[in-house]
Design a protein. Structure first.
Length: 482
């Protein structure tokens, strides 16, 4: 090897010794890191992915990936020491699902229609265990729960629900995915105007991502089974929220879906989602702001208290009529109704939906009163320790008292005391107040897995071309204003 006096070839192996890569590095870099390193090179042939560095110290496997910026275990120290000049692989050749892929387990996929009868107690218990053990996309976990599925079946009795189940070789439940028939509306929007809508019949995966074994074989068998189920019923599989960089996102990006009969289309691109990590009390939450901002927020709370503003929480079915009556009055005056098109109506169908949510233990709404008159509201849902900030509005006549800010701060305080939550999901959109009060963010994307056909190919190409044209027009308009 040229320059062998200054550089040496090393092979850094994983703990399982199944994967190894030859790396050429200065000898000094390999000292005192507690890694298992051998001087014999043993590259694995026919590996399409570039190398990564893996550590086997103390029996662990830790990979570094510049795509995700994830450096684990001893490589936190190693990467910092090597600096930006360190050569690492473009991607880790062993994805999380590949850790178990070599086992070659066969999965049995079952599709169970949920009719009038509720799932059995044993299935419900296993369902909740899978939810508790799943680390993926916790902000969307509500929509994968048995409580939400039960609410949906009662609120939409004409919409059938399927429950996909994955069972391992021993017949034990290893994954669940609730699905429903829906219509996805592919919208052609120009500014605030909707020029056209293309309605696509689809199978919608409730919650966006399945509670599924982290193995490519299990994902593949699920998609194959759903593709067969779509024939004559749907044109696409719709995933409302797939976390960018997550396990399922990587699977969809890196696996060939053509062989499964799908064409991947992300109609709206990636979205920035914001949330609030709820601390032990409001004072702890306010420490994230500057001293000036903290004083401003405390002054708003004092002014609201002096004005006699009070907060009322509604989470029981008998509280729904009062909340809906007063919230709808505020909503008619709010800018959210005029600009966002949200709708809070004191009508029997909406009252029934909220009562069903309350009976399922998912409802958590708030009203801010000035005397006997409501001036702000929040429509919320909660499952476990995640609160969903689903709808908000305030009366512009009370804007001088910052009612929406006051109500949000009171909700954060209440979430740390009553039915405590650790996370508040602020929902879709990136409004100014979400950027100001949110302290966590992540990216997700709605995903359509279209059935492969000429019609669907033209459909996605036309919509994608229209979106690119709109983006170009916006850039040109921005340049003209300079």
């Amino acid at each position: 090897m040229a320059g062998a006096d200054s550089r040496r070839a090393w092979c850094c192996s994983t703990a399982s010794s199944r994967t190894s890569r030859c790396i050429v590095r200065p000898a000094a870099w390999t000292s005192a890191w507690g890694m298992r390193i051998t001087s014999a090179c043993s590259p694995i042939a026919a590996t399409p992915t570039p190398p990564c560095w893996c550590s086997a110290a103390a029996g662990e496997t830790a990979c570094c990936s510049p795509r995700t910026g994830a450096f684990a275990g001893p490589f936190v120290r190693l990467r910092e020491a090597l600096g930006a000049s360190a050569r690492v692989g473009h991607r880790c050749p062993r994805r999380p699902w590949e850790e178990a892929a070599h086992m070659g387990a066969e999965w049995r996929i079952e599709l169970q229609p949920l009719g009038g009868s509720a799932p059995g107690a044993n299935l419900l218990g296993q369902w909740r265990e899978l939810l508790a053990a799943s680390p993926h996309n916790p902000e969307q976990s509500l929509y994968r729960t048995p409580e939400w599925v039960r609410y949906f079946r009662l609120a939409e009795p004409g919409s059938p629900v399927l429950l996909a189940q994955a069972r391992d070789g021993r017949g034990e439940l290893a994954g669940l995915a609730p699905l429903r028939l829906a219509q996805y509306r592919l919208r052609y929007e120009l500014g605030t105007r909707c020029l056209a809508v293309d309605s696509i019949p689809c199978l919608a995966l409730m919650g966006g991502e399945p509670l599924w074994p982290a193995e490519p074989a299990a994902f593949e068998q699920l998609l194959r089974r759903l593709r067969a189920q779509m024939d004559g019923r749907a044109e696409a599989l719709y995933l409302s929220s797939v976390r960018v960089g997550g396990l399922f996102w990587h699977y969809l990006q890196e696996r060939s879906l053509r062989q499964l009969g799908y064409a991947l289309y992300v109609p709206d691109g990636e979205r920035l989602r914001r949330s609030i990590a709820i601390p032990d009390d409001l004072a702890a939450y306010l420490t994230q702001f500057s001293a000036k901002t903290r004083n401003t927020l405390r002054r708003k709370l004092r002014r609201a208290e002096e004005r006699g503003l009070r907060v009322w929480r509604a989470e029981r079915a008998e509280q729904v009529p009062q909340w809906l009556r007063d919230a709808s009055r505020v909503h008619r005056q709010s800018w959210q109704r005029r600009e966002l098109g949200t709708s809070i109506r004191d009508e029997p169908d909406q009252r029934r939906q909220l009562e069903l949510l309350a009976e399922a233990g998912l409802l958590r709404c708030y009203l801010l009163y000035a005397g006997e008159h409501a001036c702000a509201f929040v429509l919320g849902r909660q499952h476990g320790d995640v609160f969903h900030y689903a709808g908000v509005g305030y009366d512009p006549a009370m804007a001088g008292y910052s009612p929406s800010v006051v109500l949000l701060l009171h909700i954060i305080q209440d979430l740390s005391r009553h039915r405590p939550a650790r996370l508040m999901d602020l929902g879709l959109g990136d409004q100014e107040y979400k950027r100001h009060f949110g302290n966590r963010n992540y990216r997700d994307a709605p995903v359509l897995l279209l059935r492969r056909s000429l019609h669907n190919r033209c459909r996605s190409s036309l919509h994608g071309g229209f979106r690119r044209m709109v983006r170009c027009a916006k850039r040109w308009r921005a340049l003209d204003t300079l």
